[in-house]
Each structure stands twice: as structure tokens, then as C-alpha cells.
Design a protein around this ligand. Structure first.
Ligand SMILES: *Cc1c(COP(=O)(O)O)cnc(C)c1O
Length: 422
């Protein structure tokens, strides 16, 4: 068995220790030595095996190719950031003027340029604030405006947002009481009106973003509710700032404010295509009340988030937008050339029509016509565990790889990953 210190002296591993830290490199060496003990690796290959087992970065999270056809895949980190946002994060990672005016040398409003970008892109908002995520924005609004009071909400909008987290529980954890009105399928403006009393904090409208109820349904619109004499908060979920014709059922911040909502709450890492964040837009007095609440400090976003958010708003179309609006004919041509390349090397692969979805709890009824590579199901497990993990989806005994959400610049990596498995 080669001694650990001898293996660690290999220049490649010494280099890696400088980048990744010594514990990560030692762990890779120990794992390779274990393979020698088990008889599955020859002693002279320990250094080579350790080098190839090293992670690409020290971060622990591995970059993955999302070939699922789900544009916003929660388990894969929702929105992939644009190159502009990635560069902004790298630039903000050191010391930065996040809270200083470099002209005067004095303290300045934290993240003011990112907030100005958000406000500039939704002129109907009197002011804006950004917290950690959509759930944090709801908690802040409920705490600042309704703790010890009531939030009026339709029974059809008491939703679970995923992994067992339910909005009613989240809201009640702030000390607000929920006043449910209407029924699962129908709630009228009169239902809301009758519920208003001196203990009312606000009316909450929640966009049913991850399911749809069809048939005998009706609800009160933002326009109707804005006529009632009580603050109206709309949780639109997805973070569309303006309408997107491709997603007619998804509410957007500009229209919702124009229709009369006092505050709009949305996520940063869904359809906006940015970093995880909770966006709060609307009436300047209400936004200021939230910003000044002590809890706001606990929900404050990092400088990296502010940088990425601004680059997302001001920068070129995001990967999410591009994946959603990708032309199916172009995707077909691209997928076919990847297929031909793999088939030439003997991989049993075919081209198939498929359907992609928005995902991430958004636009559940939208089906995006797509194209996929179709491979034997057995490829799925190995592809997930390769040097560049590729995650597809298994449908009727076949592994489908939908390139819609794979950057075109990664096609070579995807081909290499499939060939490594084949
Ligand atoms: C996604 C979503 C949330 C939660 O937002 P996070 O950013 O994931 O915390 C809340 N409400 C609605 C309607 C949503 O779609």
C-alpha cells in the first residue's frame, strides 16, 4: 500500500490541496487506498484514482446538466443564473460597496442599485424591498401587518408549496390568525367583504401556482378586491415582472399592481430567472413599514444575491427565458445532431417528440412541445453519477434527455457523458 504522505506529494494532488483544501484531497486518497485493500485497484494507481475522484470545486454542490425538460427544477436549484449574474456574483464576492457611497465615503442604502433596477423595471411599484425568498416575504408581511390580527384568505388558496411546507402554517407561525373565506372552488367578493372587521390586517391573494382547479370555479379578482377598504397583498409566486404571452395564466407584478394590489410578493428564482430571493413591490408606505420591522434584518439578503438580482434584471435574457421561448424546430435540429453523433459511436439512441414543463411550482397547465434523445432506461443511474452528472427523466421504460434546458455550449459535455456510460 503506497503511504499517504508519498501519494500526497504527487504534484497534481499538492496543487489540488491548494485549491480544494487538504481534507478533501486526503479523503480522495483514503478512498483510493480502500479500493486497493478491496482488490479493485492496483497499488500504483492510487494517485491517479485520487486525482480523478477529486471534486471540481470546493463548494460541495456539483454542476449538473438538467436534461429533465423541467425548466425550473426545484431539486436542481430552480433557475440557472445567466453568465451576467455569475460574473456579478464573482465581482461582488470580495469587499464591495454594497453599503457605502464611494464618493462621500459614507454609509449608503444597502443594495441600492439592485433595488433601483427592480423598481425601474416595474414603474407601477412605489417602492421595493428584497428578502431571502418568497416565504420570507410572506412572513415579513404577515408579521409587520397582521401579527395578533387576521389575514383574510380564500379557502381555495391555502396551498402547500412543497416538501410539506404549507402557507397557512407559515402565516400562522407569525402570530397572525387566518380568516378563511369562501369554498375550495368558489369565493366571491361578498365573502371577503363580510369577513372584514376591526381585527383585519390585510387580504391575501395567493396564486395557485403548482396546481389548477377547473370546472365550477370562481374567485374575486384583484380589481374587485382593491375596492375594499383594507390592504391587499398578492403573492404571485413566479416573479414575472411583466406579462409573458407564452404563460397567459401567470400573473405578473406590473399588471397586479396596476389592477390595485397594494403589495406584490414573488420569488427571484422562478420565472424571473434570478437568484433565490423574495421580492416585495408596491405601496411605498407599506414597503417602508416592512423594511423598518426588526424581523427584516433577519431576512436580509447577501451581497451576492443583490449583485445577481441586478444582473438578472438589467442583463440579457436569462437561461430560464431562453429555455421557455426556445424554438422547437431549432431544438429538434440540435437534438438530431447530438443523436447522430452518438449513433455513429454505436449508442442505441433515437430521437423522440416530448413535452417539457415550466416546473418549480409554476404554470402547471403549460406544455412546451419539445424533442428528446431516447436511451435505454439503464443509462439513467450511471449518467447521474458521471464526471458531469446528467439528469434526464424516465418515461415508459426509456430515459429521455431533453436538451431544452441544457446550454447549447454543453452539448459536447453531454455527448462525452453518454459515451462514457455506453
Ligand atoms: C414558490 C411560491 C412561494 C414560495 O416562494 P419561495 O421563494 O420558494 O420561498 C410562495 N407562494 C407561491 C404562490 C409560490 O409559487
Amino acid at each position: 500500500m503506497p503511504r499517504t504522505d508519498v501519494v500526497l506529494a504527487d504534484p497534481r494532488l499538492r496543487d489540488a490541496a491548494g485549491r480544494l483544501g487538504r481534507p478533501a484531497v486526503k479523503a480522495a486518497v483514503s478512498a483510493a487506498q480502500q479500493l486497493v485493500r478491496e482488490g479493485s485497484l492496483s497499488p500504483e494507481s492510487v494517485a491517479d484514482a485520487a486525482v480523478s475522484a477529486l471534486p471540481g470545486t470546493a463548494g460541495g454542490l456539483r454542476p449538473v446538466l438538467n436534461a429533465t425538460g423541467v425548466v425550473l427544477h426545484t431539486n436542481l436549484g430552480r433557475a440557472p443564473l445567466s453568465d451576467a449574474a455569475r460574473e456579478a456574483i464573482a465581482a461582488a464576492a470580495g469587499n464591495t460597496d454594497v453599503e457605502m457611497d464611494l464618493v462621500t465615503g459614507r454609509r449608503a442604502k444597502r443594495g441600492r442599485t439592485a433595488l433601483a433596477a427592480l423598481r425601474g423595471s416595474v414603474p407601477d411599484a412605489g417602492d421595493v424591498h428584497v428578502v431571502n425568498n418568497g416565504a420570507a416575504a410572506l412572513v415579513l408581511a404577515a408579521t409587520a401587518l397582521a401579527a395578533g390580527r387576521e389575514i383574510i384568505v380564500s379557502r381555495g388558496e391555502m396551498v402547500e408549496i412543497g416538501d410539506g411546507f404549507r402557507l397557512p402554517d407559515l402565516l400562522e407561525s407569525t402570530g397572525a390568525r387566518l380568516r378563511e373565506v369562501g369554498t375550495t372552488n368558489r369565493t366571491s367578493i361578498q365573502d371577503y367583504e363580510k369577513a372584514i372587521n376591526p381585527a383585519s390586517g390585510f387580504i391575501l391573494k395567493v396564486h395557485p401556482s403548482n396546481f389548477s382547479i377547473t370546472g365550477f370555479t370562481s374567485g374575486a379578482t384583484i380589481k374587485e378586491l382593491s375596492g375594499l377598504d383594507i390592504p391587499l397583498i398578492s403573492d404571485i409566486g413566479s416573479g414575472l415582472l411583466k406579462p409573458d404571452p407564452l404563460l397567459p395564466g401567470e400573473p405578473d407584478a406590473a399588471t397586479t399592481l396596476r389592477d390595485g394590489a397594494d403589495l406584490v410578493i414573488a420569488s427571484g428564482d422562478k420565472l424571473l430567472g434570478g437568484p433565490q430571493a423574495g421580492l416585495i413591490l408596491g405601496d411605498a408606505t407599506l414597503v417602508e413599514r416592512l423594511r423598518r420591522h426588526p424581523l427584516a434584518r433577519a431576512l436580509r439578503v447577501d451581497k451576492l444575491t443583490l449583485a445577481a438580482l441586478q444582473a438578472t434584471i438589467d442583463g440579457p435574457p436569462t437561461p430560464v427565458r431562453q429555455a421557455l421561448h426556445l424554438d422547437a424546430a431549432l431544438l429538434r435540429d440540435r437534438t438530431e445532431s447530438v443523436r447522430a453523433c452518438l449513433a455513429e459511436k454505436g449508442v442505441p439512441v433515437t430521437l423522440t417528440e416530448s413535452v417539457a414543463v415550466v416546473g418549480g411550482g409554476g404554470a402547471p397547465d403549460v406544455r412546451l412541445p419539445s424533442w428528446s434523445l431516447s436511451l435505454p432506461e439503464a443509462y439513467a443511474v450511471s449518467l447521474r453519477q458521471g464526471a458531469t452528472p446528467v439528469v434526464g427523466r424516465v418515461e415508459r421504460g426509456r430515459l429521455l434527455l431533453d436538451l431544452r434546458c441544457v446550454p447549447a455550449t454543453s452539448d459536447e459535455d453531454l455527448i462525452a457523458a453518454v459515451l462514457a456510460v455506453a
